[in-house]
Design a protein around this ligand. Structure first.
Ligand code: 5GP
Length: 190
C-alpha cells in the first residue's frame, strides 16, 4: 500500500493523447518509468516488441490470465490488452515512479490491486477534436473508426470514477500538469 502511491494510471478515451502526454512527461523526466503492456493486436508500422507492447498470440495471452500473471486486462476492439504484474512490481519494489497507460476499464481494476494508486483521466479539449484525432491516425478502416468512436463515448462516461482529470489541450502543458500531480501525490518536492 505504501509503495502504491508511486503508481499512476493514465487513462481516458482512445484518441485523447495519453501516449503523447506520457511520452512528453518521460522526455522531461526520464526517471519516471512506464510499464509495457501485452496485447494480441498486430504491431503498427514502427512499433517494437518490448518497447511499445509485448505482442502475444491469443493462446499465450489466455495463459497469462490463467496463471494469474496480469494486474488487469481488457478485450478491446477485437484484441486483448493487459498489464503484467511483474511490469509493475519490479519497478515499485525498486522505488521507481511508475506510470501505466491503459484504457478506462483497466484503470478501475488496477485500483483493486493497488488501492493507493492515483488514477488520472485525460480529457480531449472537445469531442470534435477527439474524432479528428481518431481519424487523423490514418491507420484504421472506417468501420474500425466508428467502433472506436462508440467505445470513446462510453469511456468518457466513466470519468468521475477517477482520482482526478486533466484536459489535454496542449501536450507539453498537460505533461507538466501531470508531473505536478505526480510530485504532489508521491510526496516529492520539485
Ligand atoms: P492501441 O491499439 O491504440 O495501442 O490501444 C487501444 C487501447 O488499449 C488504448 O485505449 C490503450 O490505452 C489500451 N491499452 C493499452 N495497454 C493496455 C493495458 O495494458 N490494459 C488495458 N486495459 N488497456 C490497455
Amino acid at each position: 500500500m505504501e509503495k502504491d502511491k508511486f503508481l499512476f494510471v493514465v487513462s481516458g478515451a482512445a484518441g485523447t493523447g495519453k501516449d503523447s502526454v506520457v511520452k512528453a512527461l518521460r522526455e522531461a523526466h526520464p526517471e519516471i518509468e512506464k510499464t509495457v503492456s501485452a496485447t494480441t493486436r498486430s504491431p503498427r508500422p514502427g512499433e517494437q516488441e518490448g518497447v511499445d507492447y509485448y505482442y502475444r498470440t491469443q493462446e499465450q495471452f489466455r495463459q497469462l490470465i490463467d496463471t494469474d500473471q496480469v494486474v488487469e486486462y481488457n478485450f478491446y476492439n477485437g484484441n486483448y490488452y493487459g498489464t503484467l504484474k511483474e511490469e509493475v512490481n519490479k519497478r515499485l519494489n525498486a522505488g521507481k515512479l511508475v506510470v501505466m497507460v491503459i484504457d478506462v476499464h483497466g484503470a478501475a481494476n488496477t485500483r483493486r490491486m493497488y488501492p493507493g494508486a492515483t488514477t488520472i483521466f485525460l480529457l480531449p479539449p472537445s469531442t470534435q477534436e477527439l474524432e479528428r484525432r481518431l481519424r487523423g491516425r490514418g491507420t484504421e478502416t472506417e468501420e474500425s473508426i466508428r467502433e472506436r468512436l462508440e467505445i470513446a463515448r462510453n469511456e468518457l462516461a466513466q470519468q468521475d470514477k477517477f482520482t482526478l482529470k486533466l484536459v489535454n489541450d496542449e501536450v507539453d502543458a498537460c505533461a507538466a500538469r501531470l508531473y505536478d500531480v505526480i510530485c504532489q501525490r508521491a510526496g516529492l518536492t520539485r
